[in-house]
Design a protein around this ligand. Structure first.
Ligand code: COA
Ligand code: ZN
Length: 321
């Protein structure tokens, strides 16, 4: 059974996008519940500017108050040096740095050119790299940018290469606005895995155009074994027009388990956690498995069918008398 590594991002990618502020205690309770569900990694929060992302202005308190489960890695998003200092102060396991491979998206999301971002992140990596905290770099819009269009494969590989040379542990290929399609995902994933076999590669899909599960299959065919996903399909990018939720964790895990993959994740556990989300965010989520149930959650046979089948049986037994 092939082992896959699931990384939950709802409390960061999901919560950063919600209009209502989710109480700090609720965030902590959610992370604690998710810690019991078998994830490889949980992206707890984000050390961005509280003016830019007010929804996650309680990052320190959340990070300090969660109960960490051994074996689960706790990562946080870090946009700059100030964010790195804050994250290190909380003893995170991993810092997830972020920049976009598209110039206009990087400018709108991080208010810097890509070169400025790279220079900053290089500094961040040199600071973090001296300690025990791992570094991952999430590259946004690698499958297309809503302002620029396609980003050339060689350009994406070039950015992965620049970060690999700085010694990062992992790189996440992000489909920030759901522009990826399966054959493109397979080709880019394969190119990255073949060229950078030492890197921990994660795929991060948004379901904006309904292709996230199909894209996961494309990535699996290329040999990817690590996926970001968001409970309830929450998420989006505040700086990408029309962006909507991440691939829904329970929908993804449900599919992968049916296909015989070992995700490590307890599906009933995450469904119970997902059922709590609407109460926290004030609206329903796009989770399909929460709505429809698991494939073999059988429903009782309707009463009128019982009556009908009794009639059939008695007609049949009567005929045999
Ligand atoms: N943590 C806390 N405060 C921060 C900070 C951080 N990581 N980075 C900057 N700030 C504060 C500064 O102290 C300054 O505060 P002040 O106005 O009270 O002096 C203010 O934010 C502006 O700082 P500046 O260096 O000019 O940054 P900026 O305004 O250009 O913002 C980012 C840069 C990257 C920090 C900001 O745009 C950001 O956080 N964007 C969100 C990116 C994101 O998470 N996107 C979604 C995920 S992909
Ligand atoms: Zn995302």
């Amino acid at each position: 059974m092939k082992r896959l590594y699931m990384q939950e991002v709802a409390t960061r990618d999901g919560f950063q996008n919600e209009a209502t502020f989710i109480d700090t205690a609720d965030k902590i309770a959610m992370v604690n519940a998710l810690s019991q569900c078998g994830y490889a990694k949980i992206e707890v929060t984000s050390f961005t500017s509280p003016k830019a992302i007010p929804a996650l202005r309680d990052a320190e308190e959340v990070m300090h108050s969660i109960t960490r489960k051994p074996g689960v890695e706790y990562t946080v998003l870090v946009p700059n040096l100030r964010g790195a200092e804050r994250a290190l102060g909380c003893g995170v396991d991993e810092a997830n740095l972020v920049m976009s491979v598209s110039e206009p998206h990087n400018r709108s999301n991080l208010r810097m050119t890509r070169e400025q971002s790279f220079a900053q992140l290089k500094e961040v990596i040199s600071v973090i790299g001296q300690g025990p905290v791992a570094v991952n770099v999430s590259l946004s819009t690698v499958f297309g940018c809503p302002m620029q269009g396609d980003v050339a494969l060689n350009e994406v590989l070039g950015w992965v290469d620049r970060f690999a040379s700085l010694g990062v542990r992992g790189v996440t290929l992000c489909d920030t606005t759901g522009m990826a399609y399966p054959s493109q995902v397979q080709a880019l994933s394969l190119a990255v895995i073949q060229r950078f076999p030492e890197l921990q590669i994660t795929l991060h899909f948004h379901n904006t155009r309904g292709m996230a599960l199909a894209n996961t299959l494309g990535a699996l065919q290329a040999g990817v074994d690590r996926f970001d996903s968001s409970l309830g399909g929450l998420g989006g990018c505040p700086y990408a027009p029309g962006a909507s939720g991440n691939v829904c964790t329970e929908d993804l895990v449900h599919m992968l388990q049916l296909m015989g993959y070992d995700t490590g994740v307890n599906l009933d556990g995450i469904l119970a956690a997902s059922a709590k989300l609407p109460g926290l965010i004030g609206h329903p989520t796009p989770s399909q498995i929460l709505t429809a149930g698991k494939r073999l959650d059988l429903h009782p046979i309707p009463e009128h069918l019982h009556t009908l089948s009794k009639q059939v049986v008695s007609a049949f037994t009567g005929a045999n008398k």
